[in-house]
Design a protein around this ligand. Structure first.
Ligand code: ZN
Length: 176
């Protein structure tokens, strides 16, 4: 074998090695992208699920509001209540045991659930809390007595920083 042929062979193998490294890099890049795509797909699905849930909540509230407009639902003045917030995060901490189920057996829901004194508002009572919105009494708490309503929000951070802390006028929504 001449020196020239050897040099060509070395170059040829070097090119092969470089190519195989490139293929390896590309394969792992594809694998990374596939993982990323799956993560984004599952996130997208999560947000779609959230949107559908939110829409169902909005629909059911809209129905109540429509009924209110039709005079089928009456507002009964319940007085002024002190509102605080607790979160729906699912781990045991100051807000609750974190299993996602309220004392009434209903799942805890941001935008729906409030805790109240059972002797004042039994479970299932639908409230309109001025500045907060329509909520349903589904929970109770050792610290939730008398004219105190604890409103479920999504995260613990948001519970701590809740803008609704304080006194609110409350009405009971009653169907015919
Ligand atoms: Zn919390």
């Amino acid at each position: 074998m001449t020196r020239k042929m050897k040099a060509i062979l070395v170059l040829f193998f070097a090119a092969e090695i470089i190519n195989s490294v490139k293929v390896g890099v590309l394969k792992s890049r594809i694998a990374d992208l596939e993982t990323q795509r799956d993560i984004y797909a599952s996130r997208a699905q999560h947000w779609i699920d959230r949107a559908v849930e939110d829409e169902e909540v909005i629909d059911s509230m809209q129905l109540r509001l429509d009924a209110l407009a039709d005079g089928k639902v009456k507002l009964e003045d319940a007085g002024v209540f002190f509102c605080t917030a607790y979160c729906t995060e699912q781990y045991p901490h100051i807000c609750g045991e974190g299993h996602g189920i309220t004392a009434s057996g209903q799942p805890i829901q941001t935008g729906v659930t409030v805790a109240a004194d059972q002797s004042i508002f039994p479970y299932g009572t639908v409230l309109y809390i001025e500045g907060v919105g329509i909520r349903i009494v589904q929970d109770k708490g050792a610290g939730v007595q008398g004219t105190h309503i604890d409103v479920a929000v999504d995260t613990h951070e948001n519970a701590l920083a809740w803008s609704g802390y304080g006194e609110h006028q409350v009405w009971i929504l009653k169907g015919e």
